[in-house]
Design a protein around this ligand. Structure first.
Ligand code: SF4
Length: 157
């Protein structure tokens, strides 16, 4: 185990993955509103030992009542509107909404009008936009860390 951790440390060093100088806590509640699962894969990868989302003070929480950020993946299907709004209403203030991936940003990758409820922007105030199909773990972490430190709405590059 110790050898593995040492190898991980040197891999992170050679890949120039740095730990943040300042740590604030941020709890993220994820809702899949109708994705192809690729965005979930990349989001899941942020929590592995290499990307180590938790070292930035950011955790994924199972309950919206403990969440600071509602992070949404996928096109917004009609069936997911009620669960999405319920999760948002259950969150304490102040709360942020993040659209992860081109589908959640309403760029029309998946689905058609019969299945979709429309752009996320029409349902909830979107504070953080993370474009990509799918975005990489680095892009996801960068967007969440930036919003955490800046305390303001951002669009990831
Ligand atoms: S943005 Fe791309 S990867 Fe993400 S859910 Fe939509 S189609 Fe899948």
């Amino acid at each position: 185990m110790f050898v593995l951790l040492r190898q991980l440390h040197s891999t992170r060093k050679s890949a120039r993955v740095t730990r943040p100088a300042r740590r604030l806590s941020l709890a993220v509640r994820h809702v899949d509103a109708g994705s192809c699962n690729a965005c979930e894969h990349e989001l899941g990868a942020t929590a592995n030992l290499f990307y180590d989302l938790s070292c930035h003070g950011i955790t994924i929480t199972a309950s919206p009542r403990h969440a600071d950020v509602l992070l949404i993946t996928g096109a917004i299907t009609r069936r997911m509107v009620t669960p999405l709004l319920s999760a948002y209403r259950a969150m304490p203030e102040p709360r942020l909404v993040a659209a992860l991936g081109n589908c959640a940003m309403g760029l029309g990758v998946l689905g058609d009008d019969r299945d979709l409820a429309g752009p996320l922007e029409q349902l909830l105030p979107v504070d953080i936009r993370i474009p990509g199909c799918p975005p990489t773990p680095d892009q996801i972490i960068q967007a969440l860390v930036s919003s955490n430190l800046a305390g303001q709405a951002i669009t990831s590059a």
